[in-house]
Each structure stands twice: as structure tokens, then as C-alpha cells.
Design a binder for this molecule. Sequence first.
Ligand SMILES: Nc1ncnc2c1ncn2[C@@H]1O[C@H](COP(=O)(O)OP(=O)(O)O)[C@@H](O)[C@H]1O
Ligand SMILES: Cc1cn([C@H]2C[C@H](O)[C@@H](COP(=O)(O)O)O2)c(=O)[nH]c1=O
Length: 225
Amino acid sequence: MPELAFFSGTMDCGKSTLALQIQHNRSARGLQGMIFTRDDRAGEGKLSSRLGLVTEAVETDDHFDFHGHLVRHLTAGGRTDYVIADEAQFLTPEQVDQLARVVDDLGIDVFAFGITTDFRTRLFPGSQRLIELADRVEVLQVEALCWCGARATHNARTVGGQMVVEGAQVVVGDVRRPADEVGYEVLCRRHHRRRLTAAAARAGALSPETLPVDPAQQPVPAPRG
Ligand SMILES: Nc1ncnc2c1ncn2[C@@H]1O[C@H](COP(=O)(O)OP(=O)(O)O)[C@@H](O)[C@H]1O
Ligand SMILES: Cc1cn([C@H]2C[C@H](O)[C@@H](COP(=O)(O)O)O2)c(=O)[nH]c1=O
């Protein structure tokens, strides 16, 4: 049975790498994929992974009709055995519905990859629709880590090195960017809630106001009762 699968997670957890691996394994067996992306860091018409792999892809925008594109391709004698849609958080809900029709009406597997929530911890509309419609939602196995060592579950945006919680939902960017640019950092929920990025935690630890704790100097609690 063809399926609509949504592979989701934080930024930098290996989604694009998995997309490229799926494409590699299927093309090694003679299957033909149609690869879509949108606003990849590597530039227009590219699907790239931080591991250095990159492949050509069809660049899409809000007005792109996935179902129509595939119908035209098949009608013209083309072949497509599976579809990969990277940066799927940027899809409109209507486009996710089109992908569901690609699965149900054209009998083609669709593998979508994207982050679930934005820097404010809110669902992207495309990701929300994928969660609503997908046959399968998979959280990636390779966990990205917060600076504290806990599993990173949320994406933080930084502007000039400071974590922000207001701004446009979509700002293309990357983790490990210079502090003066818009950047992103993955955090556990606890540290996202406290707006404690790695830099803020380091600054707090180095602050002269943060005195080392000497148990001998701590006040003795008053006896109870
Ligand atoms: N130099 C490296 N050596 C080994 N693994 C790396 C290296 N750089 C990145 N990675 C792996 O690649 C992952 C990011 O992959 P990528 O597909 O670009 O992420 P996503 O698409 O989810 O943002 C990292 O979590 C890490 O596991
Ligand atoms: C959290 C968040 C991210 N983005 C952008 C930043 C990147 O361009 C992509 C995510 O790419 P990745 O391959 O998963 O690393 O999304 C955004 O526009 N808004 C956000 O809130």
C-alpha cells in the first residue's frame, strides 16, 4: 500500500540525511524518485544535508501544485515511483492535501521531512496538516542534544546571539551561525522555556554575580516544628 510518511524532529537531527539515504537506496534498485524542496540552505533546487551530501530537487513555493505537477509528468510519459518532500514545514495545508492525493489517487509513496514546531514552539501549518493526514509519523532516531545533554525537542531562534520569541514564522537559517546573524539552536523544553541557550548558560556561569556555592557557608535550615 502506498503511504504518506512524515519524518519529523528538530532542526539538525538528520532529516535531510535520511531523505538522501531513502533516495539512494531506492535509486540503487532502479526506482525513480521525484524530489521536492523549498528554501534549502544550499540554495534553490537543492536538497542538502550537513553531512555534505546534496542532490538536485524541484524547488517549490506556496503556489506549486504537487498533484498537478505529477499528473503532468506521468501524462507526458514520465515515471515516478516515490516522492520526497524536504522542508515540509514550509508547505501550505493545501499542498499537504495534494500530497495525500498523490498517494491515494496516483498510488505513489510520499516521504515528507520537516520540523514540527517553530521557534515559538507552535506547529507549522504544513507540519500540522501532515500530522493530521499522514499514515505514519516518525520521530528521527538520531537525537539532537541540548547543551545540557538532554534530548533537544525544541528549536530556538537567536538574533544577535539573544534568543527571541517574536518575529516572522519563516526565516531561513542554520544552527551554528555567527552570533550577529539570525541563527538557530536546538534546546530541551526546560531550557527553551527559560530562554537559556548555550551562550546564555555560559555567560551565567561566568558572571561575577554567580558565586561558587560553598556548602560550609550555607545557612543551616531552622529545625521544624
Ligand atoms: N561532521 C559530522 N560528522 C558526523 N555527523 C555529522 C557531522 N555534521 C553533521 N552530522 C550529522 O548530521 C546531522 C544533521 O543532518 P541534516 O540532515 O543536515 O539535519 P536536518 O535536515 O534534520 O536539519 C547531525 O545531527 C549529525 O548527526
Ligand atoms: C525553527 C524555525 C526554523 N526555520 C527555518 C530554518 C531553516 O531554514 C529551516 C529548517 O531547516 P533544517 O533542515 O530542519 O535545519 O527552517 C524557520 O523558518 N522558522 C522557525 O521557527
